[in-house]
Ligand binder design. Structure first.
Ligand code: AMP
Ligand code: GLY
Length: 416
C-alpha cells in the first residue's frame, strides 16, 4: 500500500516510522523532515489545498494520513475525497471540533459529555463583565486554531481581564471563558471510521518547560504512555464515555468523522472532564503511543478512512514508552538554531530507542538544529521506569550547543 503522510514534525516522523514497519507499505511524506531517511519526500512550500492534492495524485497514494490540524481545517481531506483518494482525517466540518472551541462545546453539550462550565463571547466588554461576576478561577481561550497558544489559565480576575484584551488583539474577538479545573491531564486518542472508535493507549503530555511542571507552556517537552493512573480498562471506558458519543453526535449532524479523535481530559475530583478536542494525533504523545501499537496499523488506518473498521481491533503491546524532547537553548522563548547535532549514531546502537526529528536541518551535509523542539527521544521498556532509564541514557548521548530537556518525564509530580 502506498501511503502519504502530510506534515513534517516529530509526530509525522513517528507516523512514518510506524507505517514503514508494516509489511507491504511504501511511505511518502509531504514535506516530511530530514530525519525520515528511506522515504520519498515531496516538496510542499507555498502549496494550497489544490496544490497538495495535485502532489498527492502524482504519487498515486492509496491512503493519505494528515498530521497537522491546519490542513484539516483548510479542507485538505475534502479536496482529496473529491478526487477519490482515501484520507485519514476529518473533513472541514469535522475539523471544527478543534478549530472552534465554541462548536466543540456545543457538540459536547448535545452529546452529554462532561466539560468545564463555560460561556462564549464575541465582545470583550461582555467577557469582562462575566469574569467580574464569576469565581476567580477561570481560563480564557481564543476560539480559533492558535497553535496551542490561545489559552490563558488565569491566576486572578485581573489576569483574566488582561487575557481578554491580549487574546482578542492577537486572535480576534471570539472567546470562550471557562471554569478552571484541577487534576491530572490525560490525552485520550482513538481511531474512528465514523461509527466505531478504537482507542490507542492513553498518554500524558508534559507541556511546561521545567521539571516539576513549572515554567511557561511549550509545544510539549515530553510524553509518556500509558500513564500509571490510567489502566487499559479505564482507557476503554473513557473511549466509550468521551470519544464514541462525539462521533455519533457528529454523524447525526451529517458529519462523517473518519480519522483520529483526541480528547484532552482533566481527571478532576468529580470525574473526568474534557478540556479540548483535537482532530488529529497529538504531538509529542504520538511518539510514545505508536511504538506501543502492534499489528498492522496501516490496514487499520485504511479501513478507518474507508469507513469500514468492521470487527477489527487494535492490539497494544504490554510495554511502556517515554519520550523526552530535546530543545534549543532559550526555547520556548527566542532560541538559537544552526547548532551541530552529534551522538545519533551511538544512540542508533541502543535497542528500544527511536529518535524522532522535529526541528532539524542539514547544513553542508551536517545535521543541525532548525527549531525550538529539535528531537524527541522515545524509549520503550517493560515498565515506565525501564523506559525512562533508557530514554535518559539516550538523551545524554546526544549533544548540541544550548541543549536542554526535562529530567522528570515519567517521574514528574503528575505521575506520582
Ligand atoms: P487547551 O488548548 O484547551 O488544551 O488548553 C491548553 C492547556 O491549558 C491544557 O492542556 C491545560 O493544561 C490548560 N487548560 C485548558 N483548559 C483548562 C481548564 N478549564 N482548567 C484548567 N486548565 C485548563
Ligand atoms: N500535545 C498536545 C497536542 O498535540 O495538541
Amino acid at each position: 500500500m502506498r501511503i502519504l503522510v502530510i506534515g513534517g514534525g516529530g509526530r509525522e516522523h513517528a507516523i512514518v516510522w510506524r507505517l514503514t514497519r508494516d509489511a507491504g507499505t511504501q511511505v511518502y511524506a509531504c514535506p516530511g523532515n530530514v530525519g525520515m531517511t528511506g522515504v520519498r519526500r515531496l516538496e510542499a512550500a507555498n502549496l494550497d489545498v489544490a496544490g497538495v492534492v495535485a502532489r498527492v495524485k502524482e504519487t498515486r497514494a492509496e491512503l493519505v494520513v494528515v498530521g497537522p490540524e491546519n490542513w484539516l481545517a483548510a479542507g485538505l481531506v475534502d479536496g482529496l475525497r473529491a478526487e477519490g483518494i482515501p484520507a485519514l482525517g476529518p473533513d472541514r466540518g469535522g475539523a471544527r471540533l478543534e478549530a472552534s472551541k465554541a462548536f466543540a462545546k456545543e457538540v459536547m453539550e448535545e452529546a452529554g459529555i462532561p466539560t468545564a462550565g463555560y460561556a462564549v463571547f464575541t465582545e470583550a466588554g461582555e467577557a469582562k463583565a462575566y469574569i467580574d461576576a464569576h469565581p476567580a478561577a477561570l481560563v480564557v481561550k481564543a476560539d480559533g486554531l492558535c497553535a496551542g497558544k490561545g489559552v490563558v489559565v488565569a491566576g486572578s480576575r485581573s489576569e483574566a481581564r488582561q487575557a481578554v484584551d491580549d487574546l482578542t488583539a492577537q486572535y480576534g474577538s471570539e472567546l470562550v471563558v471557562e471554569e478552571r479545573l484541577e487534576g491530572r491531564e490525560v490525552s485520550l486518542l482513538g481511531l474512528t471510521d465514523g461509527e466505531r472508535v478504537l482507542p490507542f493507549p492513553a498518554a500524558r503530555d508534559h507541556k511546561r518547560v521545567f521539571d516539576g511542571d513549572r515554567g511557561p507552556n511549550t509545544g510539549g517537552m515530553g510524553a509518556i504512555a500509558p500513564p500509571a493512573d490510567v489502566s487499559e480498562d479505564e482507557t476503554r471506558r473513557l473511549c466509550r464515555q468521551f470519544l464514541e458519543p462525539v462521533v455519533v453526535r457528529l454523524r447525526e449532524r451529517g458529519i462523517l468523522y473518519r480519522g483520529v479523535i483526541y480528547a484532552g481530559l482533566m481527571l478532576t475530583r468529580d470525574g473526568p472532564r474534557v478540556l479540548e478536542f483535537n482532530v488529529r494525533f497529538g504531538d509529542p504523545e504520538t511518539q510514545s503511543i505508536l511504538p506501543l501499537v502492534g499489528g498492522n496499523l496501516s490496514e487499520l488506518m485504511a479501513a478507518a478512512a474507508a469507513g469500514d473498521l468492521g470487527r477489527m481491533e487494535m492490539p497494544w503491546k504490554a510495554a511502556a514508552a517515554v519520550t523526552v524532547v530535546l530543545a534549543s537553548g532559550g526555547y520556548p522563548g527566542p532560541h538559537t538554531t544552526g547548532k551541530v547535532i552529534t551522538g545519533l549514531e551511538e544512540v542508533a546502537d541502543l535497542g528500544g530507542v527511536y529518535v524522532f526529528h522535529a526541528g532539524t536541518g542539514l547544513e553542508e551535509g551536517r545535521l543541525v538544529t532548525a527549531g525550538g523542539r529539535v528531537l524527541g527521544v522515545t524509549a520503550v521498556g517493560d515498565s515506565r521506569e525501564a523506559a525512562m532509564t533508557l530514554a535518559y541514557r539516550a538523551a545524554d548521548m546526544i549533544h548540541f550547543e544550548g541543549i536542554h530537556y526535562r529530567m522528570d518525564i515519567g517521574s514528574s509530580p503528575t505521575e506520582k
